[in-house]
Design a protein around this ligand. Structure first.
Ligand code: CP
Ligand code: NVA
Length: 356
């Protein structure tokens, strides 16, 4: 039996993405009104969910641990210094042979390969939530793992964030909108416009895939030289093809152009984890891309525009006047990480990848 993994929103059909968001919303309502739905209560009792994080985290860690606990399971957090995973030992062995003429066994012992780690961890747990650097690491782990792997942020994608983001957008916008088609229940967000102003990064890529799948238009403004890579554009366009009404992706180097008629302005840090060495250069290149009230006005965002950010936030990419304003959805968006995590665990672990 090959488990189903969630490495990117591209792994979901439009209907499945819709279900994950709807289920998150309905669990949120039920739990907040004091009743854990029977299908969730104790659903992970006696089960362990491994959480290997090789980068820091507040929201993803807390929401996942809380979600597993809500379902009665045991979240096992493993930071990068807690386990033996490291540079594959054969790389070390080669390095040691080249530099010292013999392998250093102490170094080799604490650097276990992804293959060995994946085989071992997955033999003992019900699921594995992983935060890593190169996306190829999580792809490799998913090929060996005997349990579902959930991406908790890689250099390319952040699907848990995206489910929470569309729950947040649904809560803020769907009641005021008339769905364009009424036969299949969607999220009722078709025709909305998101403007992403900032770095083309992991959070954007899954947001873009989801937007296209849900009929939401997305305009992306990045400085020259920081555009969405071609291979990623192809993944985004391809995965939007199963949408009942595909959203439109447009790109520009002018923030004003992106925010024109936008309902939601979104950004993220300009310097993602792992890019610290480029910080100075990037912050300079992104001058003029800070989200401010003046930018929204100059560009002509819709009068009721809202602001979103996955957090953690840095002052460069958004001004306090926006971040702490009534337009800002950032804190409900952060809380929604919990409901998204519950919905994802339900779909991928309890229901073994059958997402309805
Ligand atoms: N948004 C997000 O993933 O935040 P953390 O890095 O704090 O988990
Ligand atoms: N783009 C950011 C997201 C953090 C949640 C990063 O990768 O560091």
């Amino acid at each position: 039996f090959a488990p189903r993994h969630l490495l990117s929103i591209a792994d979901l059909t439009s209907a499945e993405l819709t279900s994950l968001v709807r289920n998150a919303e309905s669990h949120k309502r039920a739990v907040k009104s004091g009743s854990v739905p029977a299908s969730l209560f104790g659903a992970l009792t006696g089960k362990t969910v491994a959480m290997t994080f090789n980068k820091r985290s507040t929201r993803t860690r807390v929401s996942t641990e809380a979600a597993v606990a809500t379902l009665g399971g045991h979240p096992m957090f493993l930071g990068k210094d807690d386990i033996q995973l490291g540079v594959p030992s054969h790389t070390y062995r080669k390095h040691q042979l080249q530099t010292h003429g013999r392998p250093d066994l102490t170094v080799m012992q604490v650097n276990e390969s992804l293959y060995d780690t994946s085989t071992v961890i997955s033999s003992m747990v019900a699921a594995w939530v992983m935060r890593c650097g190169p996306h190829s690491d999580i792809v490799q782990v998913s090929k060996t793992s005997s349990v579902p792997i959930i991406n908790a942020l890689s250099d390319d994608f952040h699907p848990m964030q995206t489910v929470a983001d569309f729950l947040t957008i649904k809560e803020a916008f769907s009641s005021s909108r008339t769905p364009q088609r009424s036969t299949t229940p969607g999220l009722g967000l078709e025709g909305l416009k998101i403007a992403w102003v900032g770095d083309a990064n992991n959070v954007l890529f899954d947001l873009a895939i989801a937007a296209l799948k849900l009929g939401v238009d997305l305009s992306v403004a990045t400085p020259k030289g920081y555009e969405i890579p071609q291979r990623m554009k192809e993944i985004i366009q391809e995965s939007g093809k199963d949408a009942r009404l595909q959203g439109k992706l447009t790109e520009t180097n002018l923030p004003e152009e992106a925010v024109k008629d936008a309902d939601i302005l979104v950004t993220d840090t300009w310097v993602s984890m792992g890019q610290e060495a480029e910080a100075k250069k990037k912050i300079k290149a992104f001058e003029g891309f800070q989200i401010t009230n003046a930018l929204a006005e100059r560009g002509g965002a819709k009068p009721g525009w809202k602001f979103m950010h996955c957090l953690p936030r840095h002052p460069e990419e958004v001004a306090d006047e926006v971040f702490y304003s009534p337009r800002s959805l950032v804190f409900p968006e952060a809380e929604n990480r919990l409901w998204a995590a519950i919905s994802i665990l339900e779909g991928f672990v309890m229901n073994k990848g059958k997402i309805v």
